[in-house]
Design a binder for this molecule. Structure first.
Ligand code: HEM
Length: 472
């Protein structure tokens, strides 16, 4: 076949594909919504569109985040359809409904009987009995165990000295290094906190192997689930398998030696349900992985952003330093430390959106949520809406002093039945960090205007190079 004939054939094939895709784009909403129209309920879907076949509106979504305009995706829909807070879309290959206003977020997050876990291909990689994968009574039981281990007053009291020591040790190391990459440093710090508090592991070759597998697991957790050598998903699945084997070895050693540790693993091993039954080894391993995943980058990036934002707001840092040097409580007001943490969580949006699956047809606010669809609770939408937080793009910790501040619009830790189990632990960790860093150190950003890579969590593209030194 001549080159010319090949070109004609290729153009023809491309034309047919384009035509089919365009036809699908037009017919797709009709096909998807047809069962809804014929069920006679008279309910309608929220306004919106479905985009291209399979890809849906992913391209527009990714484009907004890539262009450093992560709120544009919601803004366009609000301008087009009004501020109802519910919009139909199609993302991650599934027809979906975005929930963006506080009252809608509250409803979706509270009703775990109607909206189940929905992270794409989560349970396959995390483990079928992980807290993030299960529902109903077992979910509630697991949450109770995890809460006792992580966030109960006894759990936090046990964790505090180890947390304190880990923070003090690494801050000294950063100052010795002088120039540091703050993203890597806060990730390392959080990993050490996890290793000591969850597993009582001190730095060792074994811990390095766990960290290596853990990083491989993290890199592929949100990748397309294509299990072929070389893909991020393939690496993640294998790292997860090795992590499981390493955790099993730890569990076996504890069982044989009868050693007693005061860490999260021990607490989970000792937990019993109402029939006196302990967790199985598979359940223990799935939940250790889930805890480590949930508590790792979220906490690391929150610490990283507090440093970046305080470097950009030196007056706030001076006030914070005073609060810690003189333990100056402001009567009738919230402590600045908590305000800095909340303002960082609001502005940075470490967890911008969540995923849920509609378990049965749900009617709410005049709209239908069809069974099997996905709901995307868009946590960052109210955080960045001037209706709730004036000048939302600005870092203003004092806004939390205002008696009229809209706490109901603030959901950095989600809400309802799946509210973050580690939220108090995370605040404790960042508070200890802010204490030591503000009283003992000074730091300067080497590239304050670095662009931000927003997905899956916001971070400076260059990792945030900083000069870090002891405060004299
Ligand atoms: C600043 C740090 C953190 C942020 C912003 C954060 C945010 C969140 C959010 C938004 C959820 C809800 C997920 C959903 O509804 O689908 C969640 C769940 C969870 N978080 Fe956190 N988290 C943080 C730190 C931690 C830490 C330190 C731990 C543990 C030590 C932890 C453990 C968990 C667990 C186990 C869940 C799952 C709860 C469930 O499915 O019932 N998180 N987190």
């Amino acid at each position: 076949m001549s080159v010319q004939a090949l070109a004609i054939a290729a153009t023809a094939v491309l034309g047919v594909v384009m035509l089919a895709a365009s036809a699908w784009r037009i017919l797709n909403p009709w096909i998807i919504t047809r069962p809804l129209k014929v069920d006679g309920s008279g309910r309608k879907l929220p306004p919106g569109s479905f985009g291209w076949p399979f890809f849906g509106e992913m391209k527009e979504f990714l484009q907004c985040f890539k262009n450093d305009k992560p709120d544009q995706f919601v803004k366009v829909r609000e301008d087009r359809y009004g501020k109802g807070g519910l919009y139909t879309t199609s993302m991650f290959g599934v027809p979906s409904i975005m929930a963006t206003r506080p009252e809608v977020l509250k409803f979706v997050l509270k009703r775990d009987d109607l909206f189940g876990p929905g992270w794409p291909s989560l349970s396959k990689i995390m483990g079928p009995t992980a807290v993030v994968s299960v529902t109903g009574e077992f979910h509630r039981t697991l949450r109770r165990y995890l809460f006792d281990a992580v966030a109960s007053p006894e759990g936090m009291a046990k964790a505090l000295p180890r947390l304190d020591e880990a923070v003090r040790t690494v801050l000294k190391e950063w100052a010795d290094q002088g120039n540091v990459n703050i993203r890597e440093c806060t990730r390392k710090l959080t990993f050490n906190v996890i290793a000591t508090n969850f597993l009582s592991l001190k730095p060792s070759p074994e811990l390095e192997l766990i960290e290596k597998d853990y990083s491989g697991f993290m890199l592929g957790i949100r990748a397309l689930p294509i299990y072929l050598p070389g893909t991020a998903h393939y690496t993640a699945v294998n790292c997860r398998r090795r992590l499981g084997a390493r955790f099993q070895a730890l569990i076996n050693t504890r069982r044989v030696s009868n050693e007693c540790h005061s860490d999260f693993l021990q607490s989970l091993m000792e937990a019993r349900d109402s029939a006196g039954m302990p967790l199985t080894d598979e359940q223990l391993k799935d939940n250790l992985v889930a805890l480590m995943l949930a508590g790792y980058e979220s906490s690391a990036y929150t610490m990283m952003w507090t440093l970046i934002l305080l470097a950009k707001h030196p007056q706030c840092l001076t006030k914070l330093r005073e609060e810690h040097l003189h333990i100056k409580m402001r009567i009738g007001e919230r402590q600045l430390t908590l305000e800095v943490i909340d303002e960082t969580l609001r502005l940075v949006n470490v967890a911008p959106m969540l995923f849920r699956t509609v378990l049965q047809d749900v009617d709410f606010s005049g709209y239908r949520f069809p069974k099997g669809w996905r709901v995307l609770p868009w946590l960052r939408a109210p955080h960045m809406d001037p209706e709730y937080f004036p000048q939302p793009e600005k870092f203003i910790p004092e806004r939390w002093d205002d008696k009229n501040v809209k706490f109901e619009a603030f959901r950095p830790f989600g809400g309802g039945a799946r509210t973050c189990v580690g939220n108090d632990f995370a605040r404790l960790q960042v508070s200890v960090f802010l204490h030591h860093v503000s009283v003992g150190y000074k730091w300067a950003l080497l590239n304050p205007d670095a662009k931000v890579d927003h997905l899956p969590h916001p971070k400076p593209v260059d990792g945030g190079p900083m000069n870090f030194a002891v405060l004299v």
